[in-house]
Structure formats: structure tokens, C-alpha cells
Design a protein. Structure first.
Lengths: 214, 605
């Protein structure tokens, strides 16, 4: 799916390209932006969940027949990077109804352009869980790296982190893979590059703004 | 031996080859019965008795009155003065009548004009008939035109003494039509009597069967019904044998048109949840919805996309020249009831999708699929149709549904069948008949359907959505509404139900007493508490799930005693009577049975 190890890109189907055409368009209004981003997010979540292991088990069907089935192994939780990452929480909840959610607030310091950690709230038992880290855009990878550092400090195992994003830059993926080779990055599309202002090109604008404000 | 499972055939392989690649639904070559006789002879009563006894919902009564020629203003003036001759063959549009019958005979969707006696003109409205298995044509000249006679399977002439007919006509016109007696007598002497003797009576020689004394002759009517039943059974057997032929292994199943979801960890886990008998209904529905979303996404890959005809500018001002847009409208069609399980997921992915419905049930004894109702939209040219069914076991229902959609003008290659669980035999049957249909499957089972399991809608999966719902004996509240397609939808929730005495004299009285009779068979006497689960196998059978409510779109009676919403007025009456029996105060809204339309009535069993 992608040239990097542990980077999983959604199959680039016409349907997916059509969804991205809509959300990249600056004339797309918020209602449509939300609707079509949610569809992409849903595909990302399904792809992420597919990375989790299953174990075999035996079940009885309603007809009373024994069936060699499978059950999900391990527990998960979601951690969103405030604010844009919160847009992906519902997508996760649509697949895992009562999933625990943690939040991390990281903001870019306007003067130094470096990320600063403001707030962390995570489930107590997070070290035992697979963690779905949610942030729709992977640009420089600065804030996501900081969020991962926080998770690792809390005792989450690196190979148990899955980072879900809607759009990534090649630079961001490079930075991220160098730092955390065991983390699985699941992305919908990898864009051309970062511009001088560290925005993804061609990109889709500020995801949080488009999802929540404008 | 179940009728649809593959049977060793004594026929040669080439013979099977010829048969195997075409599907002929029962409504191609429907059984057509003509009933003629004098005005007032009791033809309509005879026709209704036949329909009642045949007891098949896909029976249509077509009156020749619909084919009166529209009158000119001058003729209309004459008609108001009883000076216009309605009783000569020239008063009828015989060519239009013939075209209608031949179109029905070919199994096409046919428009029948509606004639108004008040206006002496066609109202401009049409009644459409599709999927009829038995058509009864009734009218004084229904056995007149040799071209029409050639299309009829049974021709009946009701021979009643002209004096009796005269009395009946007098009575009917005075009491029901409030006409003055002089006018009636004048019309009788001038037109009705001469035409009856000169033109109607000779058509008696075209009949296969003549019934003396008209509708009072129960022996003759019984014999006719026995004959028709035998013919219908033969027809049903041919249909079944044909379907079985479609499923036989002639060629290995080609996978070009079949997309099976990859066995990802999530799908493996969810399949086990779906199959597990311990799974709660909430979980069952939740995980089915998740799988449905994946299936729908997969199906949408088959929609045509094209390069965006314009450049896209992103918010940061970058130009994208290789945008992609969807180039095809998507229309959904559900096979009631389990196809409805996909609706919640569909609404999340394409909220504005047009949804059509077909109800196809397998006969509980023979397994023959039967089209009970179709509510399909006008398909726009070139649209993609996603046909939903939760499972394909024998493939008979899906094959029939595909045929119905094709008959409505959709290209075969634009139909995508979306199904969660399918057997290879079922898919082979569909693809043998329609090799260009695409199929998206969640799980493909190589296991051949076992005896008693090849009844698509009766399998465990659909049961999960309703029948098993209240096995604890908690009775269920029934609430009827019509959806935007006019289909009755019942939602159910727990309540105490008491069987009441039928309300004699009410329009429902007859239906109610029949319902009471039926329920007492299940040990539910009048005035006793009735747990709905006791009748869940009968009235509650064909239910469907919409959102979190359990809803019901039709009623199925045990065995052959069915009343279904093809015959809307009657099945609504049935549903309504079931409701009234349940508890009058729980009825919040139920659509009243429509008054019979002009002179054409779609009749129930």
C-alpha cells in the first residue's frame, strides 16, 4: 500500500479519489465537508481495526451448529489531539460503541513554531490497550511526535499505537517513521510536499477550521 | 425433497444448457380467464368467487368497462339523455383492450386506463398492473374478439335468463346509481336487450364452459376453480423446475462478476458475532450495520466515476487538475425484509438515495418464490441499482428481483446485488440467468443448501430481527403507519394484548372474524390474553427492521392462506383487523382500505 514499512495507505480507488476531490475543494460547504470527511474517517478506522489481532474460538450458531470462529483480542482506546483530532472520535465510536477516549492538547507556539503540550487526560489503564491516535493532518509530524512521547511515557507500547490521519505529507511520514518505526500509520492519502509555511500541498485547508468553524 | 436443491437430471446436458441460461418469471404468460355474460348476469360475482377461492394475491380482476371509448361532446349529450348505445361492441376500444391483454400476457408492466361514467370519458389516470400470475377479464364482450380469445386460457360464459338480468339491472340502477326508472326501461328496450340478444349471446359459443343460472350455480363454480387450481399448480411446478435448472452445475461459477470481501480480522470477528447464538440483538444489529457499511462501500466501487470536468482549488489556493467525480446516480432496491437491514448503513453513506422495495416470499410448502409487491421508483436512464438482500441461499428471490428491475428498464450490467451471506448455488442461479449482473458478497459459502434451508426469507438471519425478539413471551404493541411509498409499516413494542369480540356491523367485522378463527387455531380464544409470539409465525412473519424499531411491511398467513400488500386494501384490512384485535386503543393511525378503484379491483384471497 505504501513504500514505507508500517505505513498503510487506503486503497486509492475512484470512490476514495472522489471523496478527496470533494473535501479538497474550497467551495465545499461545511455540511458536505463534514459528511465526506466522516466517510473517509470511517474507512480509516475500519482499516486501523483490521490491524488488530483476533484469536480463534468456537461458537454455537442459532441452528445449534458448532462453528470455528474468531474473537477480537485485546482492548483499545482512542486518543485525539485537540481540536481537529476530535473530529475523528465519532468515527471510532461508530465502530466501537463504548470505546474509551483520551485527549491531548498540543499547540504550535506562534513565535518559535514549535509545539507545546498544554493538557493531557488519558484512561488509567492505557498501558494495557491498543491506542488509536487521532489527528486528521500529518504535516511536520511535530505535534503527533509529542503526543506519542506522552503515550510512551504513560507506558503504552510503541507497537501498540496506531496513528490515523486523513492526509499526510511525505516529510511528516519520514520524520515519524524515523522516530517511531514500530508505530503503524494509517493514512487516506499522501500529498505532494510541505510548503515554506509547513502546510501540506495541495492539502485541504485547516481541517479543524473547516470541520468546526468556517 | 426440497424443490430447489439440485436434483440429478435424466435430461441430457445440452438440454439443461438450453434451459439454464434464461429466467422466465411466472408473470410471463399469466393465466388468463375470460368471463362474459349479459349485463346483470352475475359475471362480476362469479369472477370474485373465483378470485376468493384461488386465494392468490397476484390475481388481478380487469373489467372491460375501462375500455369504453371516450365520447365526443355530442355523444356525451346523448349519453346523459340515455340515447347513447353503450351495449354494442363499437362502444368499446377493442384494439386498446387487445393491446392491454397481449402486454399482460408478455409479462410487461401494463397501464390500464381508468374510465369515469360520470364524465363518459377516461380520467387520464392509469392503473398499472405488473407481476400478475392470474388475470380475470370480465365484461359483456370479453369473449367477442377472436384475437383476445386466442390469448385466454379459460373462457367462461355466465348464462343467466335475460328477465333475471333485467330485474337485477333495474334494482342496481335504481338503488345504487340513483337513476330514474323510465330512463332505465327506455335504455333497456332500445339498446341493452337488442345488443344482448344479437351480439352478446352468440359469444357463448366461444366459451369453454357455460355456467347456467349464473353465480347461484356453486357446483359449476367449484368445478371451474378446481380446474384453475390444477392449471396453476402445473405452472408453479414448471417455474420451480426451471429455477432448479438454473442452479445446476453446468459451468463452474465465474468469479469475474463476484466480489467477495477479503477475510480481514475485523470481518472474521464480526462474522462470528453474527453467527453466535449468544449474541444479543443489539450487538447483532450493530455489527451487521458495520458489515453493511463495508459492503456498500465495496459496491460503490462499481459505480462509474469520471475525471472532474473542472479544476479544484483548495483552500490554500492550490489547483488540482485530476479530481474525480461520481458520474452515475445510485438507486437502492431492497428485497423485503432482510434487504431492509442495509438501510441504516445506506442512509449514512448516501442519505438522499432513492429506495425501491420488492417483497418476494417463498411459498412455505413448495419453496416457489412469489412476487407479492413491488414499489419501484422511475429509474433514471443510466443509473446504478444496488439490490440488497441479507442472504442468498437458493437465489430464487434475488433472480426474481433482478428480473423485476430489468422489466423496469434498468440495464443488466448496472445492477449490483449486495448480499452478506450467499451460497454458490444461489449465485450460480442468478448469474446463469443474468450473466452481466455484479455481485458483492460478504461471505460466500460453498455449502449446498440443505433441505428446508433454501427458503431465502425464512432462514435464521431474518428471524433475528423480529421473530426471536420476544421469545420471553412479552407481548408486543403494534402501531401502523404508511411510509412514503404507501407501504404499511407496523412498529412493535411490548404491551398486553387482549382478543376482543369482532365488532359486528363494522367494515372490519368479516376480516376480524376470520382473524379470530385463525388465532383460535393457535389456542388463543376470544377474550384471552394473547402473547404476540404465539402468532409471530403467522401475522408477524414478514417483518423488516428500520432503525432501531422493529417494523413490519406485510403480513403472511400460514401456508397458502396469505394476504399481502399486493392487494393493498385487503391486506391493510388484515393488518388493521389484527391490530383492532390486539387492542383498539393502541391504534394510533392506520390507513383505511382504499375504496375499490372505479371498475377495476385488485382482489385478495
Amino acid at each position: 500500500m505504501s513504500q514505507y514499512e508500517n505505513v498503510i495507505m487506503l486503497p486509492q480507488t475512484n470512490q476514495l479519489k472522489c471523496l478527496y476531490t470533494i473535501i479538497r475543494d474550497r467551495n465545499t460547504r461545511r455540511g458536505d465537508f463534514i459528511f465526506y470527511s466522516d466517510r473517509i474517517i470511517r474507512l480509516l478506522v475500519e482499516e486501523g481495526l483490521n490491524q488488530l489481532p483476533v484469536e480463534s474460538c468456537q461458537i454455537q450458531t442459532p441452528l445449534g451448529v458448532a462453528y470455528d470462529g474468531h474473537k477480537f483480542q485485546g482492548k483499545i482506546c482512542g486518543v485525539s489531539i485537540i481540536r481537529a483530532g476530535e473530529s475523528m472520535e465519532q468515527g471510532l465510536r461508530d465502530c466501537c460503541r463504548s470505546v474509551r477516549l483520551g485527549k491531548i492538547l498540543i499547540q504550535r507556539d506562534e513565535e518559535t513554531a514549535t509545539p507545546r503540550l498544554f493538557y493531557v487526560k488519558l484512561p488509567e489503564d492505557i498501558p494495557e490497550r491498543y491506542v488509536f491516535l487521532l489527528d486528521p493532518l500529518l504535516a511536520t509530524g511535530g505535534s503527533a511526535s509529542m503526543a506519542v512521547d506522552v503515550l510512551l511515557q504513560k507506558g503504552v507500547k510503541e507497537e501498540r499505537i496506531l496513528f490515523l490521519n486523513v492526509l499526510a505529507s511525505p516529510e511528516g511520514i519520514e520524520v515519524f517513521k524515523k522516530k517511531f518505526p514500530k508505530i503503524k500509520v494509517i493514512t487516506g492519502m499522501i500529498d505532494q510536499a510541505l510548503d515554506e509555511k509547513k502546510f501540506v500541498v495541495p492539502g485541504l485547508g485547516d481541517f479543524g477550521d473547516r470541520y468546526y468553524c468556517i | 425433497m426440497s424443490a430447489l436443491s439440485p436434483q440429478p437430471s435424466s435430461k441430457s446436458a445440452t438440454h439443461t444448457d438450453l434451459q439454464a441460461n434464461k429466467y422466465i418469471p411466472p408473470w410471463t404468460s399469466p393465466y388468463i380467464i375470460g368471463v362474459a355474460g349479459f349485463s346483470g348476469s352475475g359475471k362480476t360475482t362469479v369472477a370474485q368467487k373465483i378470485i376468493e377461492q384461488i386465494n392468490e394475491p397476484w390475481t388481478v380482476l380487469l373489467s372491460m368497462d375501462n375500455f369504453y371509448k371516450p365520447l365526443t361532446p355530442e355523444q356525451r349529450e346523448l349519453a346523459y339523455q340515455n340515447e347513447y348505445d353503450f351495449d354494442t361492441p363499437e362502444a368499446y376500444d377493442l384494439e386498446g383492450f387487445y393491446n392491454c391483454i397481449i402486454s399482460l400476457k408478455e409479462g410487461k408492466k401494463t397501464q390500464v386506463p381508468v374510465y369515469s361514467f360520470a364524465l363518459h370519458n377516461r380520467t387520464g389516470e392509469n392503473i398499472s398492473i405488473y407481476g400478475a400470475n392470474v388475470i380475470i377479464v370480465e365484461g359483456i364482450y370479453s369473449l367477442y374478439d377472436p384475437k383476445v380469445l386466442a390469448l385466454m386460457d379459460t373462457k367462461i360464459y355466465v348464462d343467466t335468463d335475460l328477465d333475471i338480468c333485467y330485474c337485477r339491472r333495474l334494482l342496481r340502477d335504481i338503488v345504487e346509481r340513483k337513476r330514474d326508472i323510465e330512463g332505465i326501461i327506455e335504455q333497456w328496450e332500445k339498446f341493452v336487450k337488442p345488443s344482448s340478444v344479437a351480439s352478446v349471446k352468440p359469444t357463448m359459443y366461444n366459451a369453454d364452459i357455460v355456467i347456467p343460472h349464473g353465480s347461484d350455480n356453486t357446483k359449476a363454480i367449484d368445478m371451474i376453480i378446481k380446474h384453475i387450481r390444477k392449471q396453476l399448480q402445473k405452472k408453479s411446478e414448471e417455474h420451480l423446475a426451471h429455477l432448479a435448472g438454473l442452479g445446476r452445475v453446468v459451468v463452474p461459477l465465474k468469479y469475474d462478476n463476484i466480489k467477495v470481501l477479503p477475510k480481514t480480522n475485523q470481518l472474521l470477528g464480526m462474522k462470528s458475532i453474527i453467527l453466535n447464538r449468544e449474541t444479543s440483538n443489539d450487538d447483532f444489529i450493530f455489527y451487521f450495520d458495520r458489515i453493511a457499511s463495508t459492503l456498500i462501500s465495496e459496491a460503490l466501487e462499481l459505480v462509474h466515476y469520471s475525471p472532474a470536468p473542472y479544476d479544484i482549488i483548495t483552500p490554500s489556493g492550490h489547483r488540482i487538475t485530476d479530481g474525480v467525480v461520481q458520474a452515475q446516480e445510485v438507486v437502492a432496491v431492497n428485497i423485503i425484509k432482510s434487504g431492509d437491514c442495509f438501510m441504516r448503513s445506506l442512509r449514512k453513506i448516501i442519505p438522499e438515495a432513492i429506495v425501491g422495495k420488492v417483497l418476494i416470499q417463498s411459498d412455505s410448502q413448495t419453496g416457489e418464490p412469489q412476487l407479492h409487491t413491488e414499489r419501484l421508483p422511475q429509474f433514471s436512464p443510466g443509473c446504478k441499482v444496488l439490490l440488497f438482500d441479507a442472504q442468498v441461499i437458493s437465489g430464487a428471490a434475488a433472480t426474481m428481483a433482478v428480473k423485476v428491475i430489468l422489466d423496469h428498464g434498468v440495464e443488466e450490467s448496472e445492477i449490483v446485488l449486495v448480499v452478506y451471506l450467499a451460497s454458490e448455488t444461489g449465485l450460480r442461479r442468478i448469474l446463469n440467468a443474468f450473466p452481466n449482473v455484479k455481485i458483492v458478497v460478504g461471505n460466500l459459502s460453498a455449502v449446498e443448501p440443505k433441505e428446508g434451508q433454501d427458503n431465502d426469507t425464512d432462514w435464521w438471519m431474518s428471524m433475528r430481527f423480529i421473530d426471536a425478539r420476544r421469545d420471553d413471551g412479552t407481548p408486543i404493541f403494534i402501531n401502523v403507519e404508511t411510509d412514503r411509498y404507501g407501504l404499511p409499516t407496523l412498529s412493535l413494542r411490548p404491551m398486553a394484548v387482549t382478543l376482543g369480540k369482532p365488532d359486528v356491523g363494522s367494515p372490519m367485522a368479516d376480516e376480524q372474524s376470520r382473524a379470530v378463527a385463525m388465532m383460535s387455531k393457535f389456542g388463543c380464544g376470544s377474550g384471552r390474553d394473547l402473547p404476540i409470539s404465539a402468532i409471530s409465525g403467522t401475522i408477524m412473519r414478514a417483518a423488516t427492521v428500520c432503525d432501531t424499531n422493529v417494523a413490519m411491511t406485510s403480513t403472511i398467513m400460514p401456508n397458502r392462506h396469505r394476504t399481502v400488500n399486493r392487494a393493498e386494501p385487503s391486506s391493510l384490512a388484515w393488518i388493521a383487523s389484527a391490530m383492532v384485535l390486539s387492542s383498539p386503543e393502541t391504534v394510533t393511525a392506520f390507513p383505511r382500505a382504499r375504496p375499490p378503484i372505479a371498475s377495476m379491483t385488485i382482489v385478495h384471497g
